[in-house]
Write a protein that binds this ligand. Structure first.
Ligand code: 5RP
Length: 297
């Protein structure tokens, strides 16, 4: 039975302090609900509003990609260095220990392979399963200018709606068909459409000319994919330029897990994203971590 006699009544109501309503400063996110903001704050570090996402979802359309043949062996050691993990539900359930504390950005569309038309995707995860997996965000590929453009924009709209019901944000991923040029005009079109359709953040590619216009015209945070494997210094230069020109981080895959030293590379990428390290300094860090005797760090 409740002890009604010994209930302590409150004493300090801080009457001199107005109730605080601090702004949620992540780009374009101040009007979202609490759960959305909380999940976004798990992905984008609230200190600098930036993120290093590790993308390992490639198998969903290209099978056992180099570096991802055994996710349990090669990806698990990298997870601790990532701010978030972009992954399919199959790889998550089979290969990532549930004790892992990093937020999951769940690949939510698929349905094609490298043998067929890439834009022919459908929604491949039920929102209830995303909740079951404790997803912090959903990822949807959108193929602007692709054969199935209309269908892929429809997928984005449907996933955004499902996510809103449960407070889970959606990342629009600008998929680029072989025939499409990755210039600022195209990327500006694709990223803006994702944001206007309700994506809470957008993944795109870096372009050397006018990327700052792409970032400025997108009202939600942009993260860049790494694309095909580059020399480590070049990948760090690309990440640095993207951040300087307005990206909120990276969602990088092959340039990390296909590196000669993936753990060293992801730490070098972190230094560029979170410490604004210059590419050469970050590369020096990569070399020193790569060449450090095992067990010395
Ligand atoms: C597929 C994806 C991939 O996860 C992503 O593009 C891969 O990242 P990276 O290009 O850095 O290997 O979204 O479309």
């Amino acid at each position: 039975m409740a002890d009604l006699d010994n209930i302590q009544s409150g004493k300090n109501y801080h009457l001199d302090k107005p109730h605080r309503n601090p702004a949620f400063e992540l780009k374009g996110s101040n009007s979202l609900d609490w759960g959305m903001k909380n999940r976004l704050a798990r992905i984008f570090n609230p200190r600098d509003h930036r993120t290093v996402m590790l993308a390992v979802d490639h198998g969903y359309f290209q099978g056992p990609t180099t570096g991802l043949e055994r996710i349990d062996v090669t990806v698990v050691p990298l997870v601790a260095y990532a701010d978030a993990l972009m992954i399919t539900r199959g790889a998550l359930r089979t290969s990532i220990p549930p004790e892992m504390s990093r937020p999951v950005v769940l690949r939510s569309t698929g349905g094609q392979s490298i043998l067929k038309e890439l834009s022919n995707e459908l929604i491949a995860v039920d929102i209830e399963d995303a909740v079951r997996l404790n997803a912090s965000a959903l990822a949807v590929q959108v193929y602007i200018g692709g054969v199935h453009e209309h269908q892929s924009i429809g997928n984005l709209a449907k996933v955004v709606d499902s996510g809103i019901r449960y407070g889970i944000p959606t990342m629009g991923v600008t998929g680029v068909g072989k025939e499409l040029v990755r210039d600022s005009k195209y990327l500006g079109l694709a990223t803006r459409i994702c944001a206007e359709m309700g994506a809470h953040f957008v993944k795109t590619y870096y372009c050397e000319r006018d990327f700052e216009h792409v970032a400025a015209a997108c009202p939600v945070p942009l993260v860049i994919a790494g694309g095909k494997k580059l020399a480590e210094l070049d990948a760090l230069k690309m990440a640095h330029a993207a951040i300087q020109e307005g990206a909120a981080g990276v969602d990088m895959g092959r340039n990390i897990f296909q590196s000669d030293a993936p753990e060293a590379m992801i730490q070098a990428v972190r230094s560029v994203v979170h410490e604004a390290e210059k590419p050469q300094k970050a590369y020096d860090l990569y070399l020193s971590l790569k060449n450090a005797p095992v067990g010395s760090l």
